[in-house]
Design a protein around this ligand. Structure first.
Ligand SMILES: NC(=O)c1ccc[n+]([C@@H]2O[C@H](COP(=O)([O-])OP(=O)(O)OC[C@H]3O[C@@H](n4cnc5c(N)ncnc54)[C@H](O)[C@@H]3O)[C@@H](O)[C@H]2O)c1
Length: 667
């Protein structure tokens, strides 16, 4: 059977052979045994809904076995036999080119070179799922292959609920992931309802088909490390010879050493999982591996003496490194953490003093004991970090819920006001005021031809646009534009592409629209093939997350989620090819609402119209909200946009005299 025939077949009528468990690739950890005996039966009953009753007698015990062995029913037998990777757009059977673009993006998210646990349909972050099981995958691709431009497919947490009549102006796909009744949105609720097969954690770009490998995060991480370096620079000196200590070489955290090299510091990244260490080393994302603390200490001292630009992977626990560097008085200039603390009890964070294997066994066998060990480890880590901070380290939370979970574990990390943390999040100090409030965020694109030459051409077009803009940029955003210009001109040399031919570039509303228009014109002129536009959810407007993307909102509204909801609705009727909205992503289930879009540029006039209307709203919705929250840089951006854009009228805040407020009688 050809690839096309297999896609069109959907769920096969005859059962495929069972698939052996492939031990050569990384698998999701066994999930907590959370379902009661009756609920386990319900989970199997739910799973069997996808199949003809003639197969139920074989599949029922098999799925039950998967559930008790792995904590989930992945339906391994139904994983397709063809290689999983993004193919050129026209290789997909389709009635709608837009639907074919979505198939391409889905396959990229599941490509073993890209995905963290490809056989469990997890793209990144330990639990960031594209689908809950292989039946959903097969059915969805079959739907997409048959979808017309007058239909919309509705995806409920990986499950294709159905294709409905709509119109060519409507999105082809609407995705929701993990949307819960708020009172049922605690971590154990995810474990339970995901095990039942009725919801999933989509992370940000996993369940929305917009992940482009660690490149997506290298750029943001580079901007963060560079600006963190600028903020501690006393005399304008760079990061040469200074240490950046952090943890995690996983899906996104793996970008840290690469970003450290681009920012020219000494990065030390602890990682407990040997497979992750070696994968990142083989991919060239980290320079050297050190497995012994004594060796790490002497290697770091040598790097400091020689002011080397080098990245070191320490194969072991981050807590050991913080404590040992404190004992040795090794000065850490920048410190952070990127373990997966959005998922602390199921393999996101490994406690110090225990092997990876023992932790994986304990979290299933005795979850309460494992939880206590994680909490103890977090307290130790926070105590050691505090000692480093007292010696001058600039520590920032990297959006992985480290401070949130450390505080919940009883570590002394709260500020005096009891609301904020003692250390800033990278959004409060860096990404929020310097990027998001000016409209700069992680715009990205994928060349659907799969050709390197198309990517080179789009890089050049984007660089030309930024160069042109730089001639006439207000001083407020010169640094951002310059950093991004430098990034895009060096992007190819930095060898960042894994999977589809994709590029990320932080840009503001004007930059995104101009770059996208240049792409669409080039497609119309036949110079390149079609391009998918998108972005990370971690952006100006896409995400409401009080301790991350919206942590620099200080009017109390950071605990609301209106912006993300408006964004997804607003994008959907302004021309997005697909839209998504997720509960959970980055910082954890129940902690964030986040959404995004995909937009296919095919060179048409329709695409030109849609991109302008949609990208403008997609950025400026967040500018309006940030300005209303009185963020100075967002107020500046809002003024610029209102001045330049007919039809834009924003509600802006009145200034209030501080004395007036300070002198109010408070009881
Ligand atoms: N700020 C951002 O821009 C940003 C971006 C991406 C991810 N994040 C967050 O960062 C976290 C990591 O993302 P990811 O995709 O890399 O997740 P991941 O699960 O792929 O990687 C995390 C890694 O940390 C390792 N680890 C866990 N505990 C450890 C410990 N005590 N010591 C050393 N290593 C340990 C794990 O083995 C794993 O490989 C997530 O919570 C994610 O949401 C933030």
């Amino acid at each position: 059977m050809t690839f096309q025939e297999q896609i069109l077949q959907g769920i096969p009528d005859a059962l495929p052979q069972p698939k052996p468990y492939d031990t050569t690739i990384s698998h999701a950890p066994r999930r907590k045994d959370i379902l009661s005996p009756d609920e386990k039966k319900l989970a199997v009953r739910n799973a069997l809904r996808y199949f003809d009753p003639k197969h139920h007698a074989v599949l029922a015990p098999e799925f039950y076995e998967e559930l008790v062995t792995y904590g989930r029913i992945y339906m391994y037998r139904f994983r397709p036999d063809y290689a999983m990777h993004a193919r050129p757009l026209h290789d997909y059977p389709h009635k709608s080119l837009q639907a074919a673009a979505i198939m391409l993006m889905i396959q990229n998210n599941l490509d073993p070179a890209v995905a963290q646990h490809p056989h469990e349909l997890i793209t990144y972050g330990g639990n960031g799922a594209v689908f809950q099981n292989w039946a959903q995958y097969r059915l969805t691709l079959q739907y997409l292959a048959n979808l017309t431009d007058a239909q919309t497919l509705h995806m409920y947490s990986g499950h294709p609920m159905g294709a409905f009549p709509s119109s060519p102006e409507a999105p082809r796909v609407v995705v929701t992931n993990g949307m819960m009744i708020p009172n049922y949105s605690k971590p154990d609720d995810w474990e339970k309802y995901n095990a039942l097969g009725v919801t999933q954690y989509g992370q940000m770009t996993a369940g929305s088909y917009m992940y482009i490998g660690p490149q997506g995060i290298v750029h943001g991480t580079t901007i963060t490390v560079l600006n963190a370096g600028r903020s501690i620079s006393k005399t304008g000196e760079g990061l040469e010879g200074k240490i950046f200590l952090t943890s995690g070489l996983g899906g996104m955290s793996g970008a840290q050493p690469k970003a450290g090299n681009i920012a020219r510091c000494i990065s030390v990244v602890a990682e407990v999982n040997g497979k992750a260490v070696h994968k990142r080393h083989e991919q060239g994302w980290v320079d050297e591996i050190v497995s012994d603390l004594d060796a790490l200490v002497s290697r770091v001292r040598k790097a400091q003496a020689g002011k080397e630009v080098v990245s070191l992977a320490y194969h072991g626990n981050i807590v050991d490194v913080w404590e040992r560097f404190d004992k040795e008085n090794i000065y850490v200039a920048l410190g952070s953490d990127q373990t997966s603390l959005h998922n602390p009890w199921a393999g996101g964070y490994y406690p110090v003093g225990q092997s990876l294997e023992d932790s994986n066994a304990l979290m299933v066998k005795d979850p309460a004991k494992f939880k206590a060990q994680v909490e103890e480890s977090l307290r130790r880590q926070a105590t050691s970090i505090a000692k480093h901070v007292a010696k001058g380290t600039y520590f920032f939370d990297y959006g992985n819920a480290f401070l949130l979970e450390a505080s919940r574990a009883g570590a002394d990390v709260m500020a005096d006001d009891g609301i904020n943390f003692r250390y800033p999040s990278y959004v409060q100090d860096i990404m929020g005021p310097l990027c998001f409030d000016f409209g700069f965020g992680p715009f990205r694109w994928v060349c659907t031809s799969g050709k390197e030459s198309d990517l080179d051409f789009t890089d050049q077009l984007a660089a030309d646009v930024l160069q042109e803009m730089a001639k006439d940029t207000p001083p407020e955003i010169q640094q951002q534009l310059h950093d991004n210009l430098q990034w895009i001109t060096q992007a190819k040399t930095n060898k960042l592409v894994v999977g589809s031919k994709a590029r990320i570039l932080y840009a503001n509303s004007e930059g995104r629209i101009k770059i996208a228009t240049a792409f669409n014109d080039a497609i119309a002129a036949g110079k390149i093939g079609a391009v998918v536009l998108g972005r990370d959810h971690h952006d100006v407007s896409g995400t409401d997350s009080p301790y991350r993307e919206t942590s620099n909102i200080y009017d109390g509204s950071r605990f609301t989620a209106d912006m993300a909801i408006h964004n997804v609705i607003g994008d959907s009727f302004r021309g997005a090819t697909w839209v998504s909205i997720h509960n959970g992503g980055g910082v954890g289930w129940g902690e964030v609402m986040n959404g995004g879009f995909g937009l296919l540029l095919d060179g048409s006039e329709d695409a030109a119209r849609k991109l302008k209307n949609m990208l403008f709203f997609d950025v400026n919705n967040g500018i309006a909200r940030r300005a209303w929250a009185r963020n100075e840089n967002a107020l500046w951006t809002a003024r610029q946009e209102q001045h330049a854009t007919p039809g834009l009228t924003l509600t802006v805040p009145s200034r209030v005299d501080n004395n007036l407020i300070d002198n109010l009688p408070t009881a």
